[in-house]
Design a protein around this ligand. Structure first.
Ligand SMILES: C[S@@+](CC[C@H](N)C(=O)[O-])C[C@H]1O[C@@H](n2cnc3c(N)ncnc32)[C@H](O)[C@@H]1O
Length: 227
């Protein structure tokens, strides 16, 4: 596993461009802020907090979480906004969501940073912290490396089909597009997906899909417990 804390301590953070993620601006240009339902919005793997501050500046309470203590300390020091908060913690720790609930999640380069074997744990964490009906919006890397590179990652790529399959059990995907606004060099290599967590009364769909062999396990109702 990559040592994120060492990266921030040593200032080796080439992913940090000092700005909010252009695809987040793309999403807000398209939908406005209504998609985030007034917050609070969780930003897992928030790094130095640029996206958290943008959301707070737009009037949406936002909460950044990062596994690097240094990143969280710097993000907090850079932030004066009362609606922008930060916490040091591991998003994949199953204990973390237990007392927390969010209206929405904004994902930017946390999913692609974790080992692909942990994607199931990531999907469970997303499901556990969201209110039913909550929004999971994220930008994902379709092709993180320039074709021909032998870079093993992170960042790790994902396909739209894989993302749909990963979240299908608990979510409906309500939109997806390749963002026009992106960092130079990422044109056409990212994809924004918007998923809505199913309300409890729709979970029967999972049972039906289990019977049809579309999902491999029944829905885990503990991910629907109140926080
Ligand atoms: C590629 S960086 C992106 C940071 C930020 N989103 C940005 O664009 O500047 C990935 C971030 O995810 C954080 N991270 C990795 N695994 C994590 C985990 N399990 N829980 C919380 N944060 C994590 C890292 O510390 C790092 O800040």
């Amino acid at each position: 596993m990559k040592d994120w804390e060492a990266c921030y301590k040593n200032g080796e953070t080439p992913w940090d461009k000092g700005l909010p993620a252009p695809p987040l601006v793309d999403l807000i240009d398209r939908f406005g802020t209504a998609l985030f339902s007034g917050g609070p919005v969780l930003v897992p793997g928030c790094g130095l907090g640029h996206d958290v501050r943008l959301l707070a500046d737009l009037g949406i309470p936002a909460y950044g979480l990062d596994i690097s203590q240094t990143a969280v300390a710097v993000a907090s020091a850079l932030t004066q906004h009362p609606d922008a908060r930060f916490e040091h913690g591991d998003f994949l720790d199953p204990a973390w969501p237990q007392s927390r609930k969010f209206k929405a999640i904004w994902e930017h380069t946390c999913f692609c940073a974790i080992d692909p074997t942990l994607r199931g744990a990531y999907a469970r964490a997303v499901t556990a912290v969201l209110d039913p009906g909550g929004i999971f919006a994220g930008v994902f890397y379709l092709t993180p490396s320039v074709p021909g590179d032998d870079d093993a990652g992170p960042p790790f790529e994902a396909t739209v089909e894989e993302l749909d399959a990963l979240f299908f059990q608990w979510f409906d995907r309500i939109d997806g597009w390749v963002p026009e606004q992106c960092y130079p060099g990422r044109e056409g290599r990212e994809w924004i997906g918007i998923f809505r967590k199913l309300p409890v009364e729709m979970l029967d769909r999972s049972v039906a899909n289990l019977k049809k062999g579309k999902v491999s396990a029944p829905v885990d109702l503990s991910l629907y417990q109140e926080g």
